[in-house]
Design a protein around this ligand. Structure first.
Ligand code: DON
Length: 571
């Protein structure tokens, strides 16, 4: 029997199945299958073990998937403050046990004093760092309004119950993992430079794994939200603390911006891939439309036969991605401000035409699709979680501060970080954001507008029943990671855990290169790809999926324990 793959440190939840492929033949090859957490009732998969446990506890107490989602979001704001948040925003895609689908947009908005060229100097040049660090980088946060909305429309327990575990965690402290201690230490100088007071995230000696992070001010903020709902954040004390912070640091968010923030229920985008129905997030996320375009482009081809990450498969996926990301840059933005041609982008005739010039043996230089030059800064600071409850209700939430700890501004007296989501706008036509993404008028800054996102919380149905809940952080790589993970299960027959673990690659039109994780391709594949005209660029990590597969009466919760501290727990 071949060697077992490495068991993760949450070995209690991981099940290794060794299946003998066929019957009878003496020299049969054993096929080793790796599965995530298996359960028959309910499952929670998140970026942090404490947040996962909070979700499971809520479900066991009789809460539904949406109660658990609200509780997990607040728990992540405490246990995983680099991406979990109350100072940021995100998207929910849901499907109830009865098959009703919907999505909530609680994406941040540009403050009313924002304007198109606010990050440019007198010479119309981008002022470095202004849209990424410090007070001016923050959009008006949407998370708290989003959680209140989710609870009031879909929840069943009291809001106070859902937020209590986060409050307890903030008071009693969170034990830091190795990764968390390391991140806090790495950003120590930034925290110091950007905040003009002693924050609780900086201390005289470096953080060590096993140290406890106490967040008493965050606990007080959460208590205000617990007591007054959205008013506990968007009015009175918390709002005043945010506005005071803005005034101290030269930011522009006002009391009116906070008072007026509202999340929006939107139609999700829906399409079909082979015999599957795919439900994902529409604008102001580009994720759903781009994912459906990619799936439509792959559907005519038998990639199952071509094989996983073979040069033929990778080449086709890359050529599709190149064109889809060019569309993203041109046509996608906040639908409340820009007339996104959604029907056209998903029209099969348009797509046949768009993909019609793909040569299956030769790369198309991105310059021929459209011009530009960009660099990508690595970041893994969004977070996604997936939940299915015992009734079959499903929630997929991707939420973010954008960069690690957002704009690094810790609101004085309120204990939480603000986002740097303004960088997701196209701050100057053709100028790349921190993920190397470019854009133009569709995603230009305007007061009250939402910045374009790549977040792609997604549900997949088979024969009218829920099959998969997927999503990931990763900035521009979110869309291609979700794309690959779905193909890994549907076409390549992987378990959910294998699909999450599988090495990933990414192309985003500009820069014109295939980014790939180590061991994603063997040497021969790399040589073939280069011969076809592709540039290859090694990248540390792509994707960090937290997903659930519902099949044959059981749930498989797959959390990315290889790339993060992610944990899935079911019961
Ligand atoms: O909305 C977006 O597309 C980005 N703000 C997401 C940022 C992200 O995923 C960061 N890293 N994981």
């Amino acid at each position: 029997m071949s060697t077992f793959r490495r068991l993760n440190r949450w070995s209690g939840y991981m099940l290794l199945l060794v299946l003998t492929a066929c019957t009878g033949a003496p020299n049969q090859v054993s096929v080793e299958r790796v599965q995530g957490a298996i359960s028959s009732h309910a499952m929670v998969s998140t970026a942090h073990p404490l947040a996962t446990q909070v979700g499971v506890d809520i479900l066991k107490r009789g809460g539904n998937a949406y109660d658990a989602a609200v509780a997990v979001q607040f728990a992540l704001a405490v246990a995983y403050p680099r991406a979990g948040n109350i100072g940021g925003g995100g998207f929910l895609v849901f499907r109830t046990a009865e098959g009703e689908i919907g999505s909530l947009d609680f994406r941040e908005k540009a403050p009313m004093n924002a304007f198109k060229d606010m990050y440019l100097n007198e010479d119309q040049q981008v002022v470095e760092g202004l849209s990424t660090n410090g007070h001016l980088a923050s959009g008006v946060p949407g998370t708290v309004d989003g959680m209140v909305e989710i609870h009031s429309e879909l929840g069943s327990l009291t809001f106070a119950e859902l937020i209590q575990p986060a409050i307890d965690m903030a008071i009693n402290g969170v034990v830091l993992t190795h990764r968390e201690a390391e991140q806090l230490n790495e950003l120590r100088d930034d925290f110091r430079a950007i905040n003009n007071y002693e924050t609780h995230v900086v201390r005289p000696s470096p953080w060590m794994p096993g140290d406890t992070l106490f967040q008493p001010e965050l606990a007080q903020t959460l208590k205000r939200i617990q007591g007054s709902g959205r008013a506990g954040f968007y009015h009175s004390t918390t709002a005043s603390l945010i506005v005071d912070e803005m005034q101290r640091g030269g930011g522009i968010i006002t009391m009116e911006d906070l008072r007026d923030y509202r999340s929006v229920w939107r139609e999700p985008v829906v399409g079909h891939y082979r015999s599957y129905r795919v439900i994902s997030m529409g604008p102001p996320s580009s994720g759903g439309i781009a994912l459906l375009q990619l799936l439509a482009g792959i559907a005519p081809h038998n990639i199952k036969q071509w094989g996983f990450n073979t040069s033929r498969t990778v080449h086709l996926m890359t050529e599709l991605e190149r064109r889809v990301y060019a569309d993203r840059a041109t046509y996608l933005g906040d639908p409340d401000f820009f007339d996104v041609p959604q029907d056209m982008l998903l029209d099969i005739n348009y797509l046949n035409d768009r993909f019609g010039d793909i040569n299956l043996n030769k790369a198309t230089p991105s310059q021929k699709v459209k011009k530009g030059h960009v660099e990508i800064i690595e970041s893994m600071e969004t977070t996604h979680f997936s939940i299915i409850d015992s009734q079959g209700n499903a929630a997929a939430i991707t939420t973010t501060l954008n960069g690690s700890y957002g704009n690094k501004v810790l609101v004085k007296g309120a204990g939480f970080f603000l986002n740097n989501e303004m960088d997701d706008f196209s701050i100057k036509p053709g100028f790349p954001n921190m993920f190397g993404l470019v854009g133009g008028v569709a995603n230009a800054i305007a007061p009250g507008k939402r910045m374009l996102s790549s977040m792609t919380p997604t549900l997949v149905e088979k024969d009218g029943a829920l099959l998969m809940v997927v999503g990931t952080p990763g900035g521009s790589t979110i869309i291609t990671s979700v794309f690959q993970t779905i193909l890994n299960v549907i076409d390549h027959g992987m378990t959910m855990q294998e699909a999450v673990n599988a090495k990933k690659f990414h192309h985003q039109w500009l820069p014109d290169e295939i980014d790939y994780e180590e061991e994603a391709f063997d040497q021969a594949t790399m040589e073939k790809l280069m011969k076809m005209g592709h540039q290859l660029q090694l990248r540390e990590s792509i994707g960090r999926m937290d997903a659930i597969l519902r099949q044959d009466g059981q749930l498989e919760g797959a959390a990315d324990y290889l790339r993060g501290d992610d944990t899935a727990i079911g019961y």
